[in-house]
Write a protein that binds this ligand. Structure first.
Ligand SMILES: Cc1cc2nc3c(=O)[nH]c(=O)nc-3n(C[C@H](O)[C@H](O)[C@H](O)COP(=O)(O)OP(=O)(O)OC[C@H]3O[C@@H](n4cnc5c(N)ncnc54)[C@H](O)[C@@H]3O)c2cc1C
Length: 307
């Protein structure tokens, strides 16, 4: 029986592990399909406080893990495939083995939706991004492309005009899901150009490990062409990793955990941390902060229960 099982080993999970380990709770961390979380996909992180020169994403998240292990956190390679949170102790099925815990911290993140282009995954962190706040600064004076037709795409496009010499918004239809106000703001921004009824067929150049151009296709005319691009931002949404908890904890219509204040879920003793609940900020520092909050809540919960 564990005091705490932390689901996920990104910034949120590792920080929750650090705090609960330092509180002598010997947490078990389930690393999941992506050990280190989303930061393990990127290169330089320039906005995590404390690193004036920036720090490599994988190094940052590995450092937090080492810090947690130093205080006694244990890591398990595996994935939670099923959960029984209906009674205590809580039970988690990790790769077909059931584990019991007095508290659970869910820090399983939200994965960006990608376009599944042949070269897209090879260029993540090298020009392909899902986060304008994180990576916009790298594209000062450069050619930027944003893919999507919703509010997020409009917001990212507007934000990216602070950096890029031009921002092309590519959308497969000529109507938009974005709200009128967001669309109007983007349309009135002189740096933003719209390419509607258009899809991206691939992004280049994987051989150079750098985005240099994309291949586009107009869906109405079937014309294809190549356009030079330096920064390629995919803004078509995120998928919260909550499937094993469906039907167990309250989720919003998109699958994000519904917070009951602080780090609390609707189940006493089950806490949320990071992007799995946060559709607004989605940053390493906010995820780490949320991991700290969840850990402190778990400690207090266990103490109140006499553990
Ligand atoms: C390419 C890229 C670049 C970025 N750059 C920056 C940046 O420069 N600055 C910044 O602040 N933010 C950046 N971000 C955003 C930042 O990475 C995220 O906000 C942060 O990682 C969220 O942390 P998290 O721990 O909540 O989730 P994640 O990092 O998504 O971690 C989720 C963890 O849960 C695990 N998991 C999922 N499902 C299960 C399961 N069923 N069982 C067990 N484990 C599971 C995964 O394996 C993973 O370890 C970037 C994101 C991307 C994709």
């Amino acid at each position: 029986m564990r005091n705490v099982i932390v689901v996920g080993s990104g910034c949120a999970g590792n920080t929750a592990a650090l705090y609960t380990a330092r509180a002598n709770l010997r947490p078990l961390v389930v690393a999941g399909h992506e050990p280190g979380g989303q930061l393990s996909l990127t290169t330089l992180v320039e906005n995590f406080p404390g690193f004036p020169e920036g720090i490599d994403g994988p190094v940052l998240v590995e450092n937090i893990k080492k810090q947690a292990e130093h205080f006694g956190a244990e890591y398990l390679h595996g994935t939670v495939i099923e959960a029984d949170l209906s009674k205590r102790p809580f039970r988690l099925n990790i790769d077909n083995e059931w584990h019991e815990a007095r508290t659970v911290i869910i820090a399983s993140g939200a994965s960006a939706r990608w376009l599944n282009l042949p070269n897209e995954q090879k260029l993540i962190g090298h020009g392909v991004s899902s986060c304008a706040t994180c990576d916009g600064f790298f594209y000062r004076g450069k050619k930027i492309m944003v893919i999507g037709g919703g509010d997020t795409a409009m917001e990212e496009a507007n934000f990216l005009t602070r950096f890029g010499e031009e921002v092309a918004v590519v959308h497969r239809r000529d109507t938009f899901r974005a709200s009128k106000i967001m669309l109007d703001r983007a349309r009135s921004n002189p740096k933003i150009k719209f390419l509607t009824d258009t899809v991206v067929e691939d992004v280049y150049d994987a051989d150079q490990h750098l985005v240099t151009s994309v291949k586009l296709r107009n869906l109405k005319t079937d014309e294809t062409w190549v356009r030079d691009v330096d920064g390629f931002f995919v803004a078509i949404g995120h998928i919260p990793n909550t499937r094993p908890f469906e039907g167990q904890i309250e989720l919003d219509p998109d699958g994000y955990i519904l917070s009951k204040g602080g780090a609390r879920t609707n189940i006493a003793g089950v806490f949320h941390a990071g992007d799995v609940q946060d559709r607004a900020y989605r940053q390493a520092i906010t995820a780490a902060g949320a991991g700290c909050m969840a850990a402190i809540e778990a400690e207090r919960f266990l103490e109140a229960e006499g553990h």
